[in-house]
Every structure is written in C-alpha cells, then in structure tokens.
Design a protein around this ligand. Structure first.
Ligand code: BGC
Length: 363
C-alpha cells in the first residue's frame, strides 16, 4: 500500500510503498479516508521531532485521522465492517500506573509510543490496523468534522486541566466570585479554535489573538461564536491592561509564553499546548519578577499534552453541542480538503493562510 513516510531526524516527506497490514484476531483493519496536518507533523517533516519504530529508519507520518473499518479480526465484538472510526494517538508504556489505567496521556516513564509521531507508524497510509479499544466510532452526522476529533480531544483535556486549577477559588460553576471567567486564546489554528469553542460553550468570555498580516482566516467563525479577535501582530500591548483568568497558548513559541504570564489575572492559569518551534538558543527571562507574581497572586503555569479516549468521547459530545449552538462552525475550520498526493504543498506551508488542511486518501 502507499504511505507518507519520514526519516527522523532527517527532514523530508515522501510517498512510498510499505507492507499492507494484516489484522490479528483482536484487531481491525481500517481504510484511512482523511488525515489532518498539524504543527507537530510540520516539526517532524522538518526533522526536529519524532522517532521511527525500534530498529527502523522510517516512520509513517500522521496522527489526526478518520477512516472506515474494512476487516474485523475473529475475536472483535465491538466494531463491524463499515463502521467509521477515529483512532487515538498514544499507546501506553504498559508499566506505569497511568498507562495501566487507560491514562497514557499522563505516562510517567516516557516509554509510551504515539502513532505517526514517536516509535509507531501513523495514519497517512491507505490502511492501518489497531485494537478496538483505541478506536472511537463516529456517528454519520459528524463525518465532516471527524478528522478534527483528535485535536479537539487535546483541547478537551487541556481545558479540563485548567478548570481544575481555576476551581481552586470555587465560585459557582463557570464563574469566579460571581463574574464570568475570562479567557485569552493565543493562536487561531485548529487547536486554538477548537479550544475557543470549548471555552465559549463553557461560559468563558473569550478573546482570541493572532498575528496575521491581513485578515485572520478564523475571523468569521470567531464572530459567529461571539468571540472578540485582536490582531497582535504589533505585540500583546494591543490588549492594554486587560488580565485573564485563563490564557491558553497554542502557537509554540517559548519566548511568547513568558510574556503571556504577565497577562494573567490573580489566581489565573497559563495553559501551554504548543511545542516550541523556536530555535533552542537560551533567551533572558525576568525570572524574579515572574516568580514573585506567580507566588503573590496564586498563579499557575500548566503544560498539557495528548488526550486519552475519554476526551475523544467528550469531544464527540461537544461536536453535537457546537452544531446546535453555532451551526457549521466546526466544518468551517477545514480550509481545504485535497488529495493526499498533493501533500508537499501543505506540509511545506506553500498554501495561503488557513486553519486546517485535510488530506483525502479516497475510498
Ligand atoms: C498530538 C498529541 C501528541 C503531541 C506530542 C500533538 O500534535 O495531537 O496527540 O501527544 O503532539 O507528541
């Protein structure tokens, strides 16, 4: 079968023939219909992240996925041929207490694998096989947004983490001491926008910022969900003296992260989701000022990665709610679907500004 293959840490992505996988008795075989491209894929293609399976040089790329079951192993009960599914990304280490209780997103050993990212082939291929416990069945009504479920699961987990921090002040649900919680979402790519939807749905007053020269591709979606957009191309000073209970960063700039910490309200939480794509040279940070503020104002900086299956289920519930409240906003995050043979222009960033590019594998 054909697959999109990388050779980390060498840069580049090629379409190649790889062996067609055969399902074991407890596995299903899935024909991939769609794959989403995200910043992590671009980092892997650039040779800055990712690793092949043990003993190999090549890795099949791709972790945002949507497909259809085409073959079912003899002891599989929960899935049938024709079911449409999205697969989770991380596979646990099998050793730590989190991986042994279906919480590999909190793996302690670091010995987990991630499909299409770390030590295990991904989904940018004609087929893959996996066990049903890693597959989430998708109702037909969500076909057009199923490929967004993986990044949505990451947003779901992240927002839940932040909520736990904010709940330290124990206002009525969705509020802090009687006023709505405020959130700043930094970055209006798919992960930022899905986080905007989750936060807006949960009653936060959300502001989104990005640095587009010209119109932000998400601006019409933002106005549909009633979220204010600020152009921060000239810097965060555009936000004036505003401070936020929750700041969710989905851009991947370490320098920016420290600047964002200065915009936290007392008792606030800075939630970091972006893997820094900056170069790795050290840069100065006003450390004493930062720590002083964190301590004196009960603030927290929290990182969040990946998502276990429960957040995929939560994401599906939210897709239904988003549709009910705001119509096709989630669909509108897909800027373009294009045949996977056109992968090069997307991965190399040679497309006009947009939100999410989806490769279609056919079928
Ligand atoms: C994926 C996560 C993964 C993370 C780190 C993200 O792009 O969505 O599932 O855990 O990268 O590898």
């Amino acid at each position: 079968m054909r697959a999109l293959v990388v050779n980390p840490p060498t840069s580049g992505l090629r379409m190649e023939q790889v062996p067609d996988p055969t399902p074991g008795p407890d596995e299903v075989k899935v024909r991939v219909l769609e794959g989403g491209i995200c910043g992590t894929d671009r980092e892997i293609v650039a040779g800055r992240y990712g690793s092949p399976p043990p003993g190999r040089k090549d890795l099949v790329l791709g972790h945002e996925n949507f497909g259809k079951v085409v073959e079912v192993g003899r002891s599989v009960q929960d899935l049938r041929v024709g079911d449409e599914v999205v697969a989770t990304v991380r596979r646990g280490c099998g050793v730590c207490r989190f991986c042994r209780t279906q919480r590999s997103d909190f793996c302690e050993t670091g010995m987990f694998t991630e499909r299409g990212i770390k030590g295990r082939d991904g989904y940018f291929a004609e087929f893959y096989v996996d066990r049903p416990e890693y597959l989430v069945r998708i109702p037909r009504v969500h076909r057009l947004t199923a490929v967004l479920l993986e990044p949505l699961s990451v947003a779901e987990k992240a927002v839940q983490q932040a909520r736990r921090v904010l709940d330290r002040t124990e206002g009525p649900p969705g509020t802090i001491a009687g006023r709505p919680r405020t959130a700043l979402v930094v970055g209006t790519g798919a992960l930022g926008m899905l986080s905007v939807f989750v936060l807006a749905d949960e009653g936060f007053e959300v502001t989104a910022v990005d640095t587009y020269v010209g119109k932000c591709p998400a601006s019409s979606v933002l106005s549909t969900v009633g979220v204010r957009y600020r152009d921060a191309s000239a810097g965060l000073s555009v936000l004036g003296t505003e401070r936020f209970d929750l700041i969710l960063e989905a851009t991947g700039s370490a320098a920016l992260d420290f600047e964002l910490a200065t915009l936290l309200a007392p008792n606030g939480c800075l939630l970091l989701l972006g893997l820094p794509a900056d170069d790795h040279r050290p840069f100065p940070v006003p450390g004493a000022d930062l720590v002083r503020r964190l301590v004196l104002q009960n603030q927290a900086i929290v990182g969040s990665v990946n998502a276990s299956r429960r957040y995929f289920a939560q994401g599906l519930r939210h897709l239904t709610l988003f549709r009910r409240r705001w119509g096709t906003v989630a669909e509108q995050l897909v800027t373009e679907r294009l045949p996977w043979t056109d992968f090069a222009s997307v991965v190399n960033g040679r497309r006009p500004a947009g939100i999410k590019w989806v490769l279609t594998m056919g079928g």
